[in-house]
Design a protein around this ligand. Structure first.
Ligand SMILES: *Cc1c(COP(=O)(O)O)cnc(C)c1O
Length: 467
């Protein structure tokens, strides 16, 4: 039996991201050994349906030979070279070209990074640089949203609105503010606002913040088209049109963080397209390579790119691994496969609607207050009293309990507080969606049973927030 040995070695030397180290040490890590299609396998011999596509990234599913071959061929040809000092290489230029072909028409440039967090660090510097070049150096404030997630570097966590992250290792980067998130179930419902009225109110809060800071001081607004790590939060239909109006009124750049929504998750190449947004900047990562190798970037619209190119001089920014050839080759192959196999269209026309129908059935469950989905992203809101819509007592950690019971049932479903979320690989089949829903229901039944007995999970809930 290898598991206890793996766990002991892991505990001895490995500090995990977003983890209560002590609690995990006591509990022991789950050791994932291999994966195929939409399933991961652990060292205990369990096969588990990966309802999260790793961390929202394995869009093409596991075990794709083509991606392995793309990596191998590039490693043999040119494993690494940088793109500093006036050099380039075929994988980086081809990937840039492909991305701009897929992106909305006004987006024709990309700046490569190693991750989504680095992409948002790049956003922060690029946005401020843009306004300085425009002769408006006062425009420095960036407005993000409470409970938004933009990564875990210092700029990423500052742009994000995760209070527990701000509380650790601050202060945050100055001149960043946050406004209300369009989370109707969590924050609008209790105030008896319709989703549409609530969506407009959130947009009005953005306008209030701009006026408070002074429009001459506000550079950009950053938001995920659909909040991922915050809890798969689909905004009311009124939200984005109203936000667009506000941004246009005050000449403020829009940064749409596409790290999760990009590459088919919502049934379009970019989540912005689903909401008819025309962002000036789009940070990308995760699904860009289906997670096979780390790579990210910022898609830069003409307005900002033309200024940086024509008036900018040297931009003192970049990473050793910006446009890494092997990562770029895998990302390019990944995009070609998504396109050739019609994956994005299938999510929009077939898989998304199918999941929506099956997922909605879970809304009938006694401890589910809302079931929502868009494309292949979904959430369930756990409630103690369905009629009143009240939440479970926090001390019960209902979400973590449900998450652990999902694992036991053979399903990865993540919890964000008492919101259960899924984001499966985009190559999932109808039968696998049926299985996902069946396993989720089984875990919900068991969660309800345990909570009714007040037998809380035997394992300490991990301090798992986001990512
Ligand atoms: C995951 C995520 C990031 C950070 O990406 P990393 O690759 O983990 O640095 C940024 N923005 C969003 C919306 C994300 O979901």
């Amino acid at each position: 039996m290898q598991t206890p040995q793996y766990q002991a070695r892991d505990r001895a030397h490995h500090l995990h991201p977003f983890t209560d180290f002590k609690a995990l040490g006591e509990e022991g890590s789950r050791v994932v050994t291999h994966a195929e299609g939409v399933y991961i396998h652990d060292s205990e011999g369990h096969r588990i349906l990966d309802g999260m596509a790793g961390l929202w990234c394995v869009n093409l599913g596991y075990g794709r030979r083509e991606l392995v071959e793309a990596a191998t061929a590039q490693l043999e040809q040119l494993p690494y070279y940088n793109t500093f000092f006036k050099t380039t290489h075929p994988p980086a230029l081809k990937l840039a070209e492909k991305l701009c072909e897929l992106a909305p028409a006004h987006v024709n440039h990309v700046f490569f990074t190693g991750s989504g967090s680095e992409a948002n660090d790049t956003v922060l510097r690029m946005v401020r640089r843009y306004w300085a070049l425009k002769g408006r150096p006062g425009k420095r404030w960036i407005i993000g949203r409470e409970n938004g997630y933009h990564g875990s570097t210092v700029a990423g966590m500052s742009l994000g609105g995760m209070a527990p992250m701000h509380d650790q290792g601050g202060p945050c980067v100055p001149e960043i503010a946050h406004v209300a998130q369009p989370y109707w179930f969590g924050e609008g419902r209790g105030r008896e606002l319709s989703p549409e009225a609530f969506g407009r109110q959130c947009a009005a809060a953005l306008e209030d913040k701009i006026l408070e800071l002074g429009e001459e001081n506000v550079a950009a607004f950053i938001a995920e088209p659909v909040q991922g790590a915050g809890g798969a939060i689909m905004p009311p239909a009124s939200y984005w049109p109203a936000v667009k109006e506000v941004l246009a009124k005050y000449d403020i750049l829009l940064v749409a963080d596409e790290v999760i929504c990009g590459f088919g998750r919502l049934g379009e190449w970019f989540g912005s397209q689903h909401f008819s947004l025309e962002p000036d900047l789009m940070p990308i990562a995760k699904g860009l390579s289906s997670g096979y190798l780390p790579i990210g970037g910022v898609l830069v619209g003409d307005r900002v790119a033309d200024t940086l190119i024509d008036e900018g001089g040297e931009f003192f920014h970049g990473f050793t691994y910006s446009g890494h050839p092997t990562c770029a080759a895998v990302a390019l192959r990944n995009l070609e496969l998504l396109e050739a196999e019609g994956v994005v269209d299938r999510v929009r026309e077939d898989l998304g609607p199918y999941l929506a129908r099956r997922w909605a059935e879970l809304a009938e469950h006694p401890i589910v207050g809302e079931a929502r989905s868009l494309g292949l992203m979904g959430a369930l809101e756990l409630v103690a009293d369905k009629a009143a819509g009240t939440r479970f007592d926090k001390s019960l950690s209902a979400g973590n309990l449900c998450r652990d019971l999902c694992f036991e049932a053979g399903l990865v479903m993540r919890s964000v507080g008492d919101t259960m979320i899924i984001s499966p690989p985009l190559v999932i089949t109808h039968e696998e969606i049926d299985e996902l829903v069946r396993l989720a229901r089984q875990a919900l039944d068991e969660t309800a049973r345990r909570l009714s007995e007040h037998v809380v999970t035997g394992t300490a809930p991990r301090e798992e927030i986001r990512a």
